[in-house]
Design a binder for this molecule. Structure first.
Ligand SMILES: CC(C)(COP(=O)(O)OP(=O)(O)OC[C@H]1O[C@@H](n2cnc3c(N)ncnc32)[C@H](O)[C@@H]1OP(=O)(O)O)[C@@H](O)C(=O)NCCC(=O)NCCS
Length: 165
């Protein structure tokens, strides 16, 4: 757990699933079922991290691991808690877990128009590696392009040979 005043980052448990599902549905409707988050909290190849502010879940990040790659499946911060570094700290805590697992690169997918999320990912060093045109289909609006982003430096912190030229 990392700590900063009343704010904590840590592993979520199945008991946090309802709060996380509600937060996710608000941030990225329609969201996913609570049961998916409850299962993810105990799945060996996933990490469900939560940010809490005085006990209230105000953000979460869900990572999946496969071989030496990881994928960011979801991340969201409650609207009234955004802009205070919660997502940055959630991602950094997940990077720590990636290092422990000798993960070589992390992938994610983001809507091209999602400026806030793209800002977060770019700041953390992710770079666009592919475009998927018309990937997201919304009932009420036109389809949207997805960008695939990758960060492949997390391993260097634990394996000096990989970072040396
Ligand atoms: C994307 C999201 C998780 C960022 O959470 P957050 O806690 O506000 O992020 P942080 O405070 O850690 O900010 C990290 C960076 O994100 C970017 N960012 C955050 N808010 C932003 C805004 N309003 N406008 C532009 N960029 C923004 C900035 O690059 C920021 O870095 P900076 O503060 O050094 O400028 C949050 O906006 C969110 O939940 N959005 C809805 C869900 C979503 O889109 N998830 C991602 C799906 S791929």
């Amino acid at each position: 757990m990392s700590e900063r005043s009343d704010f904590l980052i840590g592993r979520a448990s199945p008991e946090d699933a309802a709060a996380i599902a509600a937060l996710h549905a608000k941030a990225l409707p329609p969201g996913w079922p609570e049961s998916d988050f409850a299962a993810s909290a105990v799945e060996a190849n996933r990490a469900l991290l939560k940010a809490t502010d005085r006990g209230r879940v105000c953000g979460f990040a869900l990572f999946q691991f496969a071989a030496d790659e990881a994928e960011v499946l979801a991340i969201a911060v409650a609207l009234d808690a955004q802009g205070r570094g919660h997502a940055t700290r959630l991602m950094q805590a997940a990077f720590e877990l990636c290092r422990e697992r000798f993960i070589a690169c992390i992938y994610l997918e983001v809507a091209e128009t999602n400026g806030k999320a793209r800002g977060l990912y770019e700041k953390l060093g992710f770079r666009v590696v592919a475009r998927r045109d018309n990937y997201y289909r919304h009932e009420s609006s036109a389809s949207e392009t997805a960008l695939v982003m990758r960060l492949d430096t997390v391993r260097s912190a634990v394996d000096p040979e990989i970072s040396s030229p």
